[in-house]
Design a protein around this ligand. Structure first.
Ligand SMILES: Cc1ncc(COP(=O)(O)O)c(C=O)c1O
Length: 397
């Protein structure tokens, strides 16, 4: 067995973070609301708003918190239905449940994007909100989704945890819906260990989210631009603690400048491996949609002609033995992206299309820092393992 290729460690944090982190360590000024203005977190919010081209950003401790606050800020009635894709991470149905709402899952296609006909059918009058997860950075058709949500006046939240830097018709993902949520957890394009951001152009929603994130008493005065709404909501909302610390913000800030390069390099890496995999008759990497310019830091592909789970599992095992980690989402134990493992929500019985896809959908991390030789190795191992398993099966047939 070969030693595993490391696909989990990240790029070093840019050296530009060090003076600010040092200063914070020396001063002990870690709480965002200690100084009146100009804390690291406030500066990050301003810089992120400018980068995304939005009016307001709220820095929080995770994308999960951002999703939860987004649902709370919309002011949904308890028990409201929230449409989510059946292929997403457990954090999404969890946020819905924590917000006292009911997740309704919509099937996705073999290209990992939401099924639009089913989405339209399920977008009924009693749906209070929609969360579209651009899962693993695969963008669903946002023209159709935005139009349907607007026509039916249903607030649209974008879960852009994996989509920082992706564009749709040139517009940044996360700015198409009413609220966008991002993650800075270590396996994302910006890495601060943990962290998240909520963006919107809606002052009322942002004032509510900011107060609930933990801007108690008059700390909201340190957030510019929403004063009227803040004073309206004073003392009327429950307060959670989901704030970001200054250290986290100091680590995120210099990485905003790295996003364009990371996106470009990540896409080149992804497309290089995709081409090699697509040359195999046993593997298929779904193409991106025409209006989508992706920012991938992982690759997903489907096994073709693998009729039995045993063959698919043999493939997964062989790749692992050669030092590359491939997870077949539906066949890896307790995978948090397989909806049947979300035992905390009531199960739906119409999700067979998504389940079938997940039973053959493979997931491989491709962090931007990988070199061409790593990419060649990963692709060769995957192609070889598929050939070996299918070759063996064909001979046995
Ligand atoms: C699609 C998706 N949404 C949301 C999240 C939650 O992000 P965080 O870990 O920042 O809470 C994740 C985490 O990986 C994710 O994959």
């Amino acid at each position: 067995m070969k030693a595993s290729l490391d696909v989990f460690s990240a790029e070093p944090i840019p050296g530009a973070a060090q003076p600010e982190v040092k200063e914070l360590l020396e001063s002990g000024d870690l709480f965002r609301y200690t100084s009146d203005f100009g804390s690291s977190v406030s500066n990050l919010e301003m810089e992120f708003s400018e980068f995304m081209g939005v009016s307001f950003s709220l820095a929080v401790n995770s994308c999960s918190s951002a999703l939860f606050l987004a649902l709370k800020a919309i002011g949904l009635e308890p028990g409201s239905k929230v449409l989510i894709p059946a292929f997403t991470f457990a954090a999404v149905p969890s946020a819905v449940v924590h917000a006292g709402c009911l997740p309704v899952l919509v099937n996705v296609s073999d290209n990992y994007r939401i099924r639009l006909d089913e989405f339209e059918n399920k977008l009924s009058e009693d749906v209070g909100a929609v969360i579209i997860s651009h899962m693993r950075g695969h963008t669903s058709d946002m023209d159709v989704i935005c139009r349907l949500c607007e026509e039916r006046d249903v607030p649209l939240i974008e879960d852009a945890a994996h989509s920082l830097g992706t564009t749709w018709s040139g517009q940044k993902i996360g700015t198409l819906g009413r609220i966008g949520c991002f993650s800075f957890q270590s396996y994302k394009l910006i890495n601060s260990g943990e962290g998240g951001m909520l963006v919107s152009n809606d002052a009322d929603i942002m004032a509510r989210a900011t107060i609930m994130s933990g801007a108690y008493e008059h700390n909201w005065k340190k957030h510019p631009g929403m004063n009227g709404r803040f004073s309206f909501w004073q003392n009327k909302l429950p307060v959670f603690n989901m704030r970001m610390s200054n250290i986290t913000a100091a680590i995120v800030r210099p990485q905003i400048k790295e996003v364009a390069r990371r996106v470009k390099e990540g896409r080149v890496n992804h497309d290089y491996v995709a081409k090699l995999l697509n040359d195999s008759e046993w593997l298929h990497v779904p193409p991106s949609l025409d209006k989508e310019l992706r920012a991938p830091d992982s690759i997903q592909f489907n096994l073709c002609g693998f009729e039995s789970d045993a063959d698919a599992e043999a493939f997964q095992r062989r790749v692992g033995e050669k030092g590359v980690e491939v997870k077949i989402i539906g066949l890896s134990e307790d995978n948090a992206r397989a909806f049947w493992n979300w035992k905390f929500i009531s199960q739906q019985n119409d999700l067979l299309p998504t389940k079938s896809m997940l039973m053959r959908a493979c997931d491989v991390r491709l962090p931007v820092r990988l070199k061409k030789e790593d990419l060649d190795y990963i692709a060769a191992v995957i192609v070889e393992a598929a050939d070996e398993v299918k070759g063996v099966s064909c001979l046995a047939d």
